[in-house]
Design a protein around this ligand. Structure first.
Ligand code: GLU
Length: 397
């Protein structure tokens, strides 16, 4: 038979999704695996949001909506972005999609031509490079490390900019490191975008989840770059609405029209029911958000306290999101059951085999010396997982 798509041969499967699926399978087989793999809040969606969805179904709000999203939700998103983020935008500058991932995919399809370079700071969320490749672009990786708290500046970015640079992807707070980019650094990067004429895709899905006095700043609020920033976010993380698949973009109208064209030929509108729920999430009582943020902060503290005394891993303190990204480099060269640990994937296999804890290898995020631990799980699971990790390491040769 004729060969299948080369483009698909050239992309990786999402490791966050793959490890979560593996953990679900092992649990279904009766294995006592604690999965700290997915970035998925364990809280229920707020009750008033669920009620709005039920009401939408009862009122037969179950048909196609406008491809771009309902006018009410587009307006509500625009007004949220104006008041909370300081971004000058309107409902006509907003596209509602089926999750933040879909919104980002649409935005890259809207702007990339074959061979366009898109700069992605590493560690990065697993899907960014693959989405760039699916848009026929070329991912260009900017390495960051613990010493700078996994952040970067205009000056560290400058050497990577070429005439082919089409865009930079910023994800602050970051998945997987939890790094929060300061306003100062973002202002410097905005100047560089003007100097070299590139777009900025700002993935702000973790904006509500920040700790220790860190402040989220939206680069799209800087008037000089307003037209070249695509702000992307969604409801999954802040409102615990992962399964509803609802996210959005805000950008200049030309980009929105193109992203909407891609959407019109692929998925059409996001679910009408999820749109009704999202509207209520934005308009209704938001007190659950602060409760969830506080719970994440508490879980982060518990996990850091437990893991910081474990020899063999070193755990940086994240300023936002709900992930730890410890280095496992010190485990390299050590053995168990005749196997040598020499990569992040080996370390993940070791933790699954000997601690029955599922983590995601750092290699999937562009760093082979780390593993990602999601702490969007219950305190009970986190405490138990930390204890298991500690005792598994203590058995290593
Ligand atoms: N974004 C979450 C994560 O990184 C959910 C899974 C995914 O879409 O990657 O775990």
């Amino acid at each position: 038979m004729k060969p299948l798509s080369k483009k698909v041969d050239n992309i990786e499967e999402s490791q966050t999704i793959a490890v979560s699926s593996l953990a679900m399978k092992l649990r279904a087989e009766g294995k006592d695996v604690i999965s700290l793999s997915a970035g998925e809040p364990d809280f229920p969606t707020p009750t008033h949001v669920k009620s709005a969805a039920i009401k939408a179904i009862q009122n037969n709000f179950t048909k196609y909506t406008q491809n771009e999203g309902t006018p009410e939700l587009r307006e509500a998103v625009a007004s949220k972005l104006q008041t909370e983020n300081g971004i000058e935008t309107t409902g006509a500058n907003v596209l509602i999609s089926s999750g933040g991932k879909h919104a980002l995919f649409n935005s890259l399809q809207a702007i990339c031509n074959p061979g366009d370079e898109v700069i992605i700071p590493a560690p990065y969320w697993v899907s960014f490079p693959e989405m760039v490749k699916l848009a026929d672009g070329v991912p260009v990786i900017l390495k960051t490390n613990e010493e700078t708290g996994f952040t970067f500046t205009a000056e560290t970015l400058r050497p990577l900019v070429t005439p082919r640079t089409k865009a930079l992807i910023i994800n602050s707070p970051n998945n997987p490191t939890g790094a929060v980019m300061s306003e100062d650094k973002l202002r410097g990067i905005a100047k560089l975008a003007l100097e070299f004429d590139f777009y900025i895709i700002s993935d702000e899905i973790y904006e509500k989840i920040v700790y220790d006095g860190n402040k989220h700043f939206s680069i799209g609020s800087i008037p000089e770059v307003r037209d070249r920033v695509i702000t992307s976010s969604g409801f999954s993380k802040a409102y615990s609405m992962t399964g509803w698949r609802i996210g959005y973009l805000s950008a200049n109208k030309e980009i929105i029209a193109r992203a909407a064209k891609v959407q019109s030929q692929t998925t059409s509108n996001a679910s009408s029911i999820s749109q009704a729920a999202a509207l209520e999430a934005l308009r209704g009582d938001e007190s659950d958000l602060e409760k969830m943020r506080k719970a994440f902060e508490n879980r982060r503290n518990i996990l850091i306290e437990k893991l910081s005394t474990v020899k063999g891993i070193s755990v940086p303190r994240p300023g936002g999101a709900f992930y730890l990204f410890p280095s496992v480099k010190q485990l390299f060269g050590r053995t168990y059951d005749g196997q040598v640990i020499s990569s992040s994937t080996d370390a993940v296999k070791f933790f699954l085999a000997k601690a029955q804890v599922a983590l995601v290898p750092g290699a999937a995020f562009g760093s082979n010396e780390h593993v990602r631990i999601s702490y969007a799980y219950s305190e009970k699971d986190l405490t138990e997982a930390a204890d298991r990790i500690a005792s598994a390491i203590s058995w290593l040769d």
